[in-house]
Write a protein that binds this ligand. Structure first.
Ligand SMILES: CC(C)(COP(=O)(O)OP(=O)(O)OC[C@H]1O[C@@H](n2cnc3c(N)ncnc32)[C@H](O)[C@@H]1OP(=O)(O)O)[C@@H](O)C(=O)NCCC(=O)NCCS
Length: 268
């Protein structure tokens, strides 16, 4: 199935594919416990993520599509991948001048806008504080709270900081098992190969065989069981997360898979 770069008008379809394909993922029971009761709110969270990320100039959204004469555009989006370029050189990905290019402010500004939006109009699909879980994980605090536990898999040795990352991958459930997922992965691995860089992905539960088949050969650890053993990392941890918040909630996915292993000199 053909692939192309996503356009702004694809974002609605992308959000719906993410919402549908991740619907039964183990993490969703924690971060979207009320998705059944409030399906529109659930999709809206994905849309917020996609729109914010669309304006992140370190990222590239790719879509797969099929011909569909019934659609106004003549095609239907069948799958999507969000690829991120991290480290040295990532500030030039979309022809931005440098790190100080004002266009870099768009994505954080959208994040601030949605923060205020949520305060005014609370999203009903996400968890609320309770006695058993006073600080629940949700889609907005997730990356920030997991980062201290996952950082070492991305920066140790330091040469690893320079890489391509598959941040999101999803295929419409109606189109799965037709090779689309592998094609979307191959697109980014080819970019990484052209840049002579390794690529990394954090896999959802049970996806390790799929990713290894695609070329992410090496499992170097698991974010959901990682502990913090370094004093500097400890300082970075939000005070509420002394223990890994995934481990605490019994979430088991999160294998970190690289295409290449770093050698002892720190080269990939
Ligand atoms: C994972 C996903 C992207 C794979 O996309 P896909 O288009 O169905 O994958 P492909 O057709 O290219 O898969 C090829 C092979 O990978 C394996 N595979 C695919 N999905 C798998 C999964 N979820 N778990 C384990 N193996 C899987 C299968 O062996 C398949 O070969 P088969 O047809 O002989 O069984 C898709 O299942 C999906 O969107 N899942 C929900 C969202 C998700 O988990 N995304 C990844 C988060 S890190």
């Amino acid at each position: 199935m053909p692939l192309r770069l996503a356009t702004f008008s694809d974002l609605d379809a992308i959000s719906k594919i993410l919402a549908a394909s991740f619907y039964n993922e183990e993490l969703n029971d924690r971060i979207f416990p009320y998705r059944k009761q409030f399906p529109d709110d659930y999709v809206f969270v994905w849309k917020q993520k996609v729109i914010k990320s669309w304006w992140d100039y370190n990222k590239i959204w790719v879509v797969s599509y099929d011909k569909d004469p019934a659609q106004k555009s003549g095609e239907v989006i069948t799958g999507t991948a969000e690829w991120a370029r991290e480290g040295k050189g990532s500030d030039r990905l979309w022809g931005l001048v440098r790190w100080w290019d004002p266009r870099r402010l768009v994505s954080p500004s959208i994040g601030i806008f949605y923060t205020f939006y949520r305060l005014l109009i609370p999203n009903r699909a996400v968890p609320v504080s309770s006695l058993s879980d006073p600080n629940p994980l949700n889609k907005w605090n997730f990356a920030r709270r997991i980062e201290p536990f996952s950082a070492r898999f991305f920066t140790d040795p330091p040469s690893r900081a320079n890489h391509w990352e598959l941040s999101t991958l999803a295929v419409d459930p109606a189109y799965q098992r037709r090779g689309i997922g592998q094609e979307l992965v191959a697109w980014g691995l080819e970019r990484a190969r052209r840049d002579s860089l390794p690529a990394v992905v954090i896999g959802a539960k049970g996806t390790e065989p799929f990713y290894q088949r695609c070329g992410f050969l090496h499992i170097v650890g698991n974010v959901s069981t990682a502990e913090i053993d370094d004093d500097d990392d400890c300082k970075k941890v939000a005070r509420l997360d002394k223990t890994n918040p995934l481990k605490l909630r019994g979430i088991t996915g999160g294998s970190v898979l690289w295409t290449h292993l770093a050698d002892e000199d720190g080269k990939q």
